[in-house]
Design a protein around this ligand. Structure first.
Ligand code: LLP
Length: 419
């Protein structure tokens, strides 16, 4: 038997007013009319509220919150986070450039990534980033060589591969021995000791990131115990550990249970000491809920098997459903009374995986405006031009209205860089 259809619950900051959906008080239909669809819209206000929530949960530990910029590198959002005093975690020279442009303090920048090039390492050194998260012994050599060459002593933090299962989707788990990330515990200790002996390096920290969309504090607790053991070992050898980075990965409910952030903070409490800074690196938690992908229905196609609602947004705009089987709730911008029917929301891309999944719709019709929720993280930042589709525009809410944050690409831009 099929499940009865229930109305999709709205996320924070979203409400219907006289049947029209608003994000932080700004009517969504106005954004679509002004800038067209598909369109990403964000509420910086909601994002800052999420930052405040992280800070509150970890309050007694006063951590440096380094935003994992890969979730969404829109300058409009990054500038606000930088102005609010957040740090940032970057994974490429490109992200580092964006971070500095957005106004993040170099001393609050952490440079991660398993494949940093020499050019990127030099860029990080010249920018005086706080820490390089070192992911291999080869990378430690490369950082040391570049530090010697440029005369800038590099602050390093060793990324540990703790071999802890975070029980998340296999594409976004990073802390298992079979994953490419971090160094096994013995190698991490050896790398830290080596960095501590080098005149060109400053061995400053340890780092673990277990994965993304983690729903339980248990893996964080395991990781904290491992970190505590490693820290006491290094400190007993006379190597102080000044930074402990417990990573990001704070999961969102997307229909399932919510992660208890305070419980995560409690797992990190034993790692805090005077003279030691705790770092957290949330990406999704800060920006997922503040973002929506706005899209219009192009066609309603009824077949023997299904009713397909064909949208003007597709997997090139939001790849999470196709890549991770993620379910993003869809809600209409204009609420309509009547019995809902079961439909499948699909995009226009020539791939069967270009689907947002099943949902309920009341009298769906071409031109109707719909909102794909929880799209602020890993939405635009993973968008592509597949099928010759220009990247969508982005807008931000404020004062009841909308401001364009990034123009929609044009067809000319699709071939602009070709020789
Ligand atoms: N720190 C490091 C070292 C990371 O690799 C990541 C994410 C984060 C922090 C932030 O994780 P978050 O708090 O956002 O879960 N594209 C996937 C997620 C990939 C995450 C990669 N690393 C998705 O759409 O679910």
């Amino acid at each position: 038997m099929r499940r009865p259809m229930r109305e999709t619950p709205l996320t924070e900051g979203l409400e219907y007013k006289r049947g029209r959906l608003r994000l932080s008080g700004s009517p969504l239909e106005d954004a679509a009319e002004k800038f067209g669809t598909p369109l990403y819209v964000y509420s910086p206000e909601l994002m800052l509220a999420r930052l405040a929530r992280v800070k509150a949960a970890f309050k007694s530990l006063a951590p440096l919150v380094c935003y994992a910029m890969k979730a969404n590198s829109s300058l409009a959002l990054c500038r606000r986070l930088a102005a609010a005093g957040a740090g940032v975690e970057v994974v490429s020279g490109g992200e580092l450039s964006i971070a500095l442009k957005a106004g993040f303090q170099p001393r609050r920048v952490i440079f991660s990534g398993v494949g940093k090039t020499r050019v990127e390492i030099r860029q990080g050194l010249r920018s005086r980033v706080l820490l390089f998260n070192v992911e291999s012994l080869g990378e430690l050599d490369a950082i040391e060589a570049e530090a010697a060459r440029t005369g800038v002593r590099a602050g390093v933090s060793i990324r540990i591969n703790p071999d802890i299962d975070a029980h998340t989707h296999r594409h976004i788990t990073t802390g298992l021995a079979e994953n490419k990330f971090g160094l096994p515990v013995p190698d991490s200790l050896a790398a830290f000791r080596r960095a501590a002996r080098s005149p060109n390096l400053r061995a400053l920290g340890l780092h673990v990131h277990l994965g993304s969309q983690i729903a339980s504090p248990v893996p964080y607790a395991k990781s904290a115990r491992l970190l505590a053991g490693m820290i006491s070992r290094l400190e007993s050898e006379g190597h102080p550990v000044k930074y402990v980075d417990v990573g990001g990965g704070f999961g969102l409910p997307y229909g399932g249970p919510a992660l208890d952030l305070k419980a995560v903070a409690r797992t990190a409490a034993p790692l805090k000491r005077k003279g030691r800074t705790l770092i957290v690196e949330p990406g999704r938690f800060l920006v997922a809920e503040c973002g929506i992908l706005l899209t219009r229905i192009q066609y309603v196609k009824r077949t023997r098997a299904r009713t397909f609602v064909v949208l003007d947004a597709g997997m090139n705009d939001l790849i999470r459903p196709a890549l991770y089987g993620a379910r993003h709730p869809l809600v209409p911008v204009f609420r309509r009374a009547g019995p809902p029917q079961r439909v499948e929301f699909v995009g226009p891309i020539c791939e069967t995986s270009d689907t947002f999944g099943e949902g309920a719709a009341v009298d769906p019709a071409p031109g109707d405006l719909w909102a794909v929720l929880l799209a602020g993280a890993y939405g635009f930042s993973m968008a592509s031009r597949y099928n010759g589709r220009p990247l969508p525009a982005e807008a931000v809410a404020g004062g009841g209205g909308w401001r364009l944050a990034r123009k929609r690409e044009t067809h000319a831009e699709l071939t602009r860089l070709e020789a």
